[in-house]
Design a protein around this ligand. Structure first.
Ligand code: AMP
Ligand code: MG
Length: 401
């Protein structure tokens, strides 16, 4: 491991290298969760006509007189073209929600505020209660034609799809996710479906990494496992680097004499951006690159892997894809003092409580997956010369995906 760099510097180096993975045009129904790469403009005013907001009667407010009676002249269901009340006095139109209000009406009175007298007449129950403009969603009152509805970089969810569909966009230009390979390493690891011997453990990092990526709509193209063998690792990694945009490796990057990943990456001619971050957990983390492939190497302990994945890998990939969702970390306080280090940034698992408070769920060590399960995410505890931060200090909170 080289000299340690700070977590902020690690993020700067990763983001300096990672760049766009391109974009593609997809039908709207395939766009949920994707990152938008084009603006969406209003092709008509929002709403595109004066629309009735209620089922009831459209009338002229100036004609509301003493007995509040109106003659029902026409029916205007939703989907019918704009009609007119005509010149006769005290005429109204029976109108449905979403239908265009006649140009010579200026008020809609809902059924509930009326009494039907006969087939062609109604009376207002409280004539004084209704005014010009009531229950009319005015043309262009939400947005004018040509205005920007959505900007590039937003995450596409139901609301964005609704906006696009309303404006006639059948397809969206969206970010292409990178081709990601997730690689676990270690001779002690066996497949989830195997019965481990006493000295073996079941492999979980590759699956947990894939699950967190999937939650962020980043599909995993390939999962692979490498033994702690430099020759096999070299041949397999060479092929994987050729085939994918991003490799996320877990394990094999510490100081052990069977940790072959750093020397293998160097032997393959990769450019090392850093190896070693002043943080706990995850100190041995490294980042390498080769032509079009970025290689994140995360320490194998499950809490180190998950912390590094959430703090560095996923946010950097999303940013490279053009995601502009503001990632302002939620700030939380703890009631107890928070132990700090003068040499390492600490990522401390916490459980969220109401009112932006949190409760520390420290792991026993970075192999402790059990306590991670009782936490909602982790806080970033900056380096300080003090032994601890006092209760009430605000910390950035990062959720687990
Ligand atoms: P390493 O970073 O290779 O030294 O691994 C550190 C610890 O993490 C060891 O106890 C490993 O058994 C464990 N570990 C490494 N990879 C995995 C994995 N894919 N799933 C679960 N545990 C792992
Ligand atoms: Mg190992």
């Amino acid at each position: 491991m080289n000299s340690l760099i700070s977590p902020d510097e690690a993020n700067v180096r990763i983001r300096k290298y990672l760049s766009d993975f391109g974009s593609a045009k997809l039908p709207l129904e395939q766009c949920a969760g994707r990152i938008l790469r084009q603006p969406v403009l209003a092709d008509r005013p929002f709403p595109p006509f004066d629309r009735s907001m209620m089922d009831g009667y459209a009338l002229r407010s100036a004609e509301i007189g003493g007995n509040g009676r109106f003659q029902i002249k026409i029916q205007i269901p939703a989907g019918s073209p704009q009609a007119s009340l005509g010149s006769q006095a005290s005429i109204c139109a029976e109108i449905m929600t979403g239908a265009p209000v006649p140009g010579d009406a200026d008020c809609v009175v809902p059924y509930e505020a009326t009494e039907r007298l006969d087939k062609s007449g109604m009376r207002l129950l409280s004539p004084d209660a209704h005014q010009r403009g009531d229950c009319i969603h005015l043309l262009g009152s939400d947005l004018e034609r040509g205005a920007t509805l959505l900007s590039p970089g937003c995450r596409i969810g139901g609301r964005e799809i609704a906006a696009a569909a309303s404006c006639g966009y059948a397809k969206f230009e969206v970010a292409r996710p990178p081709s990601i390979a997730v690689i676990s390493t270690g001779d002690e690891l066996v497949d989830v479906s195997s019965a481990p011997e006493a000295h073996q453990i079941r492999r979980s990092n590759d699956l947990s990494i894939e699950a967190a990526l999937t939650q962020q709509h980043l599909p995993v193209a390939k999962r692979a496992h490498l033994p702690d063998d430099p020759d096999i690792s070299k041949a397999r990694l060479e092929a994987l680097i050729e085939q994918h945009d991003i490799l996320i490796i877990s394990g094999g990057i510490s100081m052990g004499n069977r940790d072959f990943i750093p020397e293998t990456l160097t032997a393959l001619g990769l450019n090392g951006h850093f190896h070693g971050v002043a943080q706990k957990p995850g100190k041995p983390m490294g980042f390498w690159s080769h032509s079009n492939c970025a290689v994140f190497a995360l320490p194998g302990n499950p809490s180190s892997t998950l912390t590094c994945l959430h703090h560095y890998v996923i946010p950097a990939i999303l940013q490279a894809m053009g995601d502009t969702t503001p990632r302002i970390p939620r700030r939380v306080t703890l009631e107890a003092p928070v132990k700090a280090r003068d040499d390492l940034t600490v990522f401390l698992p916490v459980q969220l409580l109401p009112d932006n408070r949190a409760h520390a769920r420290p792991t026993q060590n970075s192999g402790d997956l059990v306590r991670i399960l009782t936490s909602d995410g982790f806080i970033k505890v900056p380096i300080t010369a003090e032994k601890a931060y006092p209760p009430g200090t605000l910390f950035d909170f990062h959720p687990w995906y």
